[in-house]
Design a binder for this molecule. Sequence first.
Ligand code: AP5
Length: 215
Amino acid sequence: MNIILMGPPGAGKGTQAELIKAIYPIPHISTGDMFRDAVSNGTELGKEAQKYMEAGKLVPDKVTIGIVEERLAQSDCAKGFLLDGFPRTTVQADALNQALLKLNKKVEVALNIAAPNEILIERLSGRVSCKECKKVYNLSYNPPAKTGVCDICAGEIIQRSDDRGETVAKRLEVYNEQTAPLLDYYSKKSVLHNLNGNRDSRVVFEDVVKILESL
Ligand code: AP5
């Protein structure tokens, strides 16, 4: 199954990806996670990506497309993939089409999760995660049992630097300008499914499963 997860920052793409990969054994490819790993490992890619991420802007297409093409060509993607946060521009979408064509594949389903702006802002400002195992929490909806400590591995709980104030506003603006037009792009390819993300994540997931089972 070749799936892309779409939606604005905070819509619940990462949350649904965790639920999907627990049932469907396909690799979860999150460009945001790849960039954050590169930043924490201090690589050249990380140094390049960090300045854009901290400003709430997109990392340049050339850089982003290269890492995704490389990842999709790996053997664990043979039976499908779950792309989260890619593509985000029409240039990226065209490049994805070309890369998949070479691999005799195509995007089979684009799941678009939507929620009102005020909900997105509230979720992002409350999101924290474990520095070690990366489990995501929300201080309003599902906080860790002990403040600052991960329930799973006792790791330190941290906040993403781009989940603060003005950066969140910029990310939402960039989404509306550069990524939202892709909904039309995938609608024209008849693979787009819209989901109301302003519900309990388990309820959203029930709809996701219905869509995936209908393929
Ligand atoms: P990325 O990491 O992809 O961030 P994003 O798209 O902004 O998405 P988020 O991770 O913020 O939100 P999400 O939808 O996954 O929500 P989540 O499930 O965590 O990208 C970060 C940066 O990297 C970009 O700004 C850019 O600089 C760069 N980048 C990445 N990809 C790129 C690309 N292709 N091109 C160029 N640059 C790129 O949920 C959020 C919170 O809400 C959590 O606390 C969660 O617990 C809670 N929550 C989730 N669902 C629900 C629900 N149903 N009800 C209540 N709470 C919920």
